[in-house]
Design a protein around this ligand. Structure first.
Ligand code: ADP
Length: 908
């Protein structure tokens, strides 16, 4: 029962029970005596002092004149009209107040008596109830609006409500603080401040935990709260304030903060609590909803990103329900989210279907958590299978048990795993079949302990990890290499990496050369953790290198000790290496040879020929041999037989030449001497012929002189006659001089170097020496005139000597034939012919020819068929050497009549 009701009851009780009190004791309430027109005659009762009209005097105002304006209107007419009804009259009271009364009128004597009681309390209670009702309605309205508005509008709607609260209660600053679930502190969710009020708070402002200690059961006026909790000062400053809590099942969840406001009498604590609850409860629920939505969105996004989604088994119907996202991920958008378990299993690859079915069964019957990796049944699944991880568990107990789980796309991981496994297997295979062993040595107290060896250790060395532990490993190393091994470990620990080579014994007792490359791995602090390295079996390579080294040494000795000159040079003739014999010839040290140019010792002509010859070397024909003549320091001339081999790069370009040379100077000299002596011998042999050559002009001259003397003595010596004779004598003198001159020239030593010349000069030279002699001996000489002029290279005197030899031999053979057959007419024919490359000089006779059995031998030195003292057997052999030296060939055959010699020379 409200206080208003109580009052009313009291009022009623008193009315019926209380007798009229004697006038000396004022009766409770207000008693007015009225005349029939409604003029107030007297006023009495306990409420009398409250009326604004204290003394009536003679004035007798009408009752309505004592009433407030609104109430005056409610009484119309005269008192007789007012009886038998309850009258509510508001009197003007002192100090501008209003006295609310209720009562009735009854006749009393000639007039009327108006009995009224104060119903101020009653009205106030009603007003309060109304106010509360309004509050309630407002609360419901706000609550409703907050509940139904769309989520994004919640902040605006809430702020609107705050504003209407502020305006209705005239609260300058108002805010709602919520407990922030993340940092467990209080935070302003929304605030409103009247335009003329200072902003006490900001939306989103953190308030810390100061509100935690405030009593959350009832609204607190700041005045009372401050003393308990001085920290509130920080929120309100010096302002007045009211704090209204909202509690839910977990405790205080929100505070309504009203600044510069200390409450209002009409609004009870309960109303404040209700209002706050009406604001906070739906807001918190909407915020929870929002959080849930966001979480859901996040989860869906996550499911989409991960290709995952939940499922739940519904055992009662043997169905499975799948998250829409999962259906989408599985590419089964068109199938219902709830489907028969068997239908769902159809999606799984047959290879994994049975296993998954069985595990789902275990989950349902035994409660065994499910974890399986399965492939999806897809047309291209074999090439690029889609892998899912299916996980499930039981939630709850008894009848509320649920079987839920998720499926996660692990294709990437699975395929990577498969690829990695394949790559790993390939690598393992590779390592196992290669001559390399990969090892790991763990760092323990300054030492490295073998912790792992790849599988290739066993086939390579026959050992296992157990055989190669820290204690035994050193003993497997070759005693000579142990120091090396210990140093390797020290260097590895010191420098972090090492490369060394040592021998290690295998199970059969054989030593293998191992190339060891290791790296040290350290932790974050730089402390050694382990060493990772590999052993490469380089036994073959090491032994081969050893052999190469040995053979290189042998070759080096061979090259150094060789009597032959050995060198390497570039195509521009710059030496890159030369051995001691070459250095000796060039009068320097072997070390000084590189950089010198071979062309330095060659004449221009020789150098040109040399470079030209080197330029003709090819990959197919890399070797060329020639005799070169050099002008060496301090020596006259040297002849080297020089053999070159070209070294080519990949493109077939000549990079270098390796050459071996032999000094041929002595041979050359003796050849020269031989030629010279052969020449002298020829001259000696020709002495008879030459005497004839010179005799002939002498005879002609003597005859001329005798004839001239005869004429002079007879006095018949005309000048013309004498002149003609003297000219003949002069011609003969010149002829004899030519012969003698040519003999002198012929007798000289040959030039050192070959020169181009016209071979007909040699024929003429031979004729000048032999022509007359042959004719004197009755040998016919047929010379076919050459209708061309050509050049060959060599020595003109030597070719002449060859021709002399051939003609003299022919002469000898012819004369010996005529000796047996006086009728025989000896004849020697000489003619020349040529093609594009060669010149051929034919010397033929009509003698006996050469015994075919001797044809092979006549060019041998000292072969002769002539009697001792006559033939030397050197003529043809020397001639052969001369022609060969000029790059040509001397050959013989028996012709139709006699011997037929051919001198073939290359044209230039
Ligand atoms: P020699 O003339 O001193 O014997 P050669 O070397 O000049 O030495 O000649 C070798 C031999 O070849 C001669 O002894 C001779 O038997 C033979 N011979 C050379 N030329 C002729 C020729 N025109 N006819 C026949 N025999 C020849």
């Amino acid at each position: 029962m409200t206080s208003g009701d109580k009052l009313f009851g009291r009022l009623l009780g008193r009315t019926s029970a209380t007798p009229l009190a004697p006038p000396s004791v004022p009766m409770p309430g207000l008693h007015l005596q009225l005349d029939s027109q409604g003029h107030v005659l007297t006023i009495g009762g306990t409420l009398r002092p409250q009326l604004a009209t204290r003394a009536l005097g003679e004035s007798r105002p009408l009752l309505r004149e004592l009433l407030c304006a609104g109430s005056a209107l409610s009484i119309e007419g005269s008192p007789v009209d007012w009886q038998r009804q309850s009258l509510d009259l508001d009197f003007q009271a002192v100090a501008g107040q209003v006295l609310h009364t209720r009562g009735w009128i009854e006749p009393e004597g000639a007039g009327w008596c108006l009995r009224l009681q104060d119903i101020g309390d009653l009205l106030a209670g009603r007003q309060r109830a109304q106010h509360r009702e309004q509050n309630h309605q407002l609360a419901c309205q706000m609550s409703e609006q907050l509940r139904v508005c769309s989520l994004p509008r919640v902040p605006d709607v809430f702020n609107e409500h705050l504003r209407s609260l502020a305006q209705r209660w005239r609260i300058p600053c108002i805010a709602l603080a919520l407990l922030d679930e993340e940092d467990q502190g209080w935070r302003i969710y929304s605030h409103y401040a009247a335009h003329d009020a200072p902003d006490l708070w900001q939306t989103g402002q953190a308030l810390g935990t100061c509100l935690d200690s405030a009593n959350g059961n009832a609204p607190l006026s700041l005045a009372q709260a401050r003393s308990d909790n001085p920290r509130l000062q920080g929120i309100f400053g010096d302002a007045d304030g009211l704090l209204v809590p909202y509690r839910d099942s977990r405790g205080v969840a929100a505070w309504l903060l009203c600044g510069f406001f200390s409450g209002q009498s009409q609004t009870s604590e309960r109303d404040w609590l209700n209002l706050t609850a009406a604001l906070a409860a739906p807001l918190l629920s909407r915020l929870r909803e929002q959080r849930y939505h966001r979480q859901l969105e996040r989860m869906e996004a996550l499911q989409g990103l991960l290709g995952t989604g939940w499922w739940e088994l519904l055992p009662s119907t043997q169905e499975i329900q799948l998250a829409p996202q999962l259906l989408h991920n599985l590419g089964a958008d068109d199938t219902p989210s709830r489907q028969a378990l068997s239908q769902w299993l159809e999606l799984i690859h047959p290879a994994d279907r049975q296993e998954l079915g069985s595990r789902l069964h275990d989950l349902q019957t035994l409660g065994k958590p499910l974890l399986a990796s399965v492939r999806l049944q897809r047309s291209d699944a074999d090439h690029n299978p889609l892998w899912y991880r299916v996980q499930g568990q039981v939630l709850g107990v008894g009848d509320s048990r649920r079987w839920i789980g998720f499926m996660l796309d692990i294709s990437d991981i699975k395929n990577q795993q498969t690829q990695a496994a394949a790559a790993h297997a390939r690598l393992d295979n590779l390592i196992a079949s290669s001559p390399a062993v990969i090892y790991v040595q763990r760092y323990v107290n300054g030492a490295l302990h073998p912790a792992f060896f790849s599988d290739s250790l066993l086939p390579l060395l026959g050992w296992t990890l157990a055989d190669c532990n820290h204690d035994s490993l050193a003993s497997l190393i070759h005693p000579d290499d142990r120091d090396l091994y210990f140093e390797r470990t020290r260097q590895l620990l010191r420098e972090g990496a090492v490369r060394s080579r040592y021998r290690l014994r295998d199970k059969q007792g054989q030593y293998h050369w191992l190339l060891d490359e290791a790296k040290l791995l350290r932790d974050d602090l730089g402390l050694p953790l382990e060493a990772v390295g590999l052993w490469l079996d380089v036994t073959e390579a090491t032994l081969a290198a050893e052999q190469v080294k040995q053979s290189e040494e042998r070759y080096r000795i061979l090259v150094e000790d060789s009597p032959a000159m050995i060198c390497r040079y570039r195509p521009d003739l710059t030496l890159t290496f030369g051995n001691t014999p070459l250095a000796n010839h060039l009068e320097c040290l072997p070390a000084q040879l590189p950089g010198l140019n071979l062309g330095h010792w060659l004449s221009d002509e020789q150098r040109q020929a040399f470079v030209q010859r080197i330029g003709q070397l090819t990959v197919e024909f890399p070797v060329s041999t020639a005799e070169i003549s050099l002008e060496l320091p301090g020596r006259e001339h040297a002849w080297w037989v020089w053999s070159d081999r070209g070294v080519f790069d990949e493109q077939g370009r000549l990079v270098e030449i390796q050459a071996v040379g032999r000094d041929n100077t002595e041979v050359r000299r003796s050849q020269q001497q031989l030629t010279q002596s052969a020449k002298m011998a020829t001259l000696g042999e020709m002495a008879t012929g030459l005497a004839h050559e010179i005799n002939q002009p002498l005879n002609v001259m003597r005859m001329a002189i005798v004839n001239m003397l005869k004429r002079l003595s007879s006095g018949d010596a005309q000048a013309d006659y004498l002149t003609e004779k003297l000219q003949r004598i002069d011609a003969q003198v010149q002829r004899a001089t030519r012969v003698v001159d040519h003999m002198r020239v012929f007798g000289r030593r040959s030039e050192i170097e070959q020169h181009p010349f016209d071979p007909s000069q040699a024929v003429e030279g031979m004729l000048s020496l032999l022509g007359e002699g042959l004719r004197g001996k009755g040998v016919e000489l047929r010379i076919a005139p050459a209708d061309f002029t050509l050049q060959v290279k060599g020595y003109v005197d030597q070719l002449e000597q060859v021709l002399i030899n051939l003609v003299v031999n022919a002469r000898d053979a012819l004369l010996s034939k005529r000796h047996t057959d006086p009728a025989f007419r000896p004849c020697i024919a000489i003619h020349c012919e040529h093609d594009s490359r060669h010149l051929r000089i034919w010397v033929e006779d009509n003698g006996p020819g050469i015994d075919p059995r001797l044809l092979e031998r006549i060019f041998e030195p000292f072969f002769t068929t002539k009697p001792i003292g006559v033939g030397t057997g050197l003529g043809l052999s020397v001639s052969y050497g001369i022609v060969e030296n000029m790059g040509g060939r001397l050959s013989v055959a028996n012709g139709e009549h006699g011997a037929r010699f051919c001198v073939e020379l290359p044209l230039i």
